[in-house]
Design a protein around this ligand. Sequence first.
Ligand SMILES: Cc1cc2nc3c(=O)[nH]c(=O)nc-3n(C[C@H](O)[C@H](O)[C@H](O)COP(=O)(O)OP(=O)(O)OC[C@H]3O[C@@H](n4cnc5c(N)ncnc54)[C@H](O)[C@@H]3O)c2cc1C
Length: 337
Amino acid sequence: MYQSSRPRGDSPVSIIGAGIAGAWQALLFAQAGHAVTLYERSDAAMTLATSHWAGGMLAPWCEAEASEPVIGRLGIRALDLWRKHFPETPFNGSLVVAHARDRADFERFAKLTTGHRRVDAQALRELEPSLEGRFRDGLFYENEGHVEPRRVLPELHGRITAAGGKIEFDHDADADNLDGLVIDCRGLAARDRLPELRGVKGETIVVESSEVELSRPVRLIHPRWPLYVIPRGDGRFMLGATSIEAEDTGVSVRSALELLGAAYAVHPAFAEARIVEFGSGLRPAFPDNLPRIAIEEQKISVNGLYRHGFLLAPALAELTLGYVARGVIDNEVMQCV
Ligand SMILES: Cc1cc2nc3c(=O)[nH]c(=O)nc-3n(C[C@H](O)[C@H](O)[C@H](O)COP(=O)(O)OP(=O)(O)OC[C@H]3O[C@@H](n4cnc5c(N)ncnc54)[C@H](O)[C@@H]3O)c2cc1C
């Protein structure tokens, strides 16, 4: 489909929000030759962004267990973009394991997802020597990757300026006061224009242990939440994440017990680990938990990335650029309002 009132392909572009959604938009638009300014109300540490608190897993096949096919379609495309723009991104795959009592849920997870192969105890040990003797078998999603949000966001910001874009931190921007094409990537703060948005709380704990080594995210089947352990390097591991329909911040005792229990279930040496950080973020979500690119003449909003922001942001940026450059509409995620 083609829109006649779409912005011009050479418009200057203002992007509001330098989280993962806005940063990828800024990068692709700057690289395509647009004069890009990216506004961010936080400072460069980005602690106001949900993206700061995320796991950073690039896991379209695992996520298929609880999401619509469009997440897989865009996510698989996005993996190519991560590989192209950040060739050093670790694509070591992900592992899914379960204890005997959760066997039925493990088999259900296997049935609902593709892109994996079953690995027995020996293959598991070869992949992750630290897990020797811990699990009877596992599911290995060998094409999945992960990024460290607190490393990749500054890298993205650096790439944007290298491509000629400007970034203004500590700048609370208002879409109505900006010229040219405005791309609103404010996450949950965009509720003033998108009242259906809600926050889905995710709690995490970072621990440090010299006794466990992992090369890839390990998901532990759990009756309520997909709990995981993500290696962060330097002996640090992120334990995540709860998924709670609440918009407060902080970590409850119950969640902390579950997250720490999951780590202990993956490896008992985590009992001696040092707790480095408790954290939580609010995932911006629409009622259907699907991302949305809403187009209104010179304003485009990209939001609702829910639990898939790192996975989907490159593909959503490519779609937005495709619309501005060539008028291409993706009916599954774009709406002209
Ligand atoms: C615990 C947890 C784990 C997660 N794990 C994963 C994962 O493993 N993989 C994955 O793909 N996703 C994951 N997610 C989801 C992912 O973090 C979100 O989908 C993503 O961060 C949303 O990005 P965003 O850019 O839309 O929003 P944000 O990251 O919140 O960015 C919006 C930015 O806009 C700025 N802003 C707001 N208003 C203004 C204004 N007026 N002017 C200027 N700036 C403004 C804010 O300061 C903020 O920096 C996780 C989320 C959580 C909470």
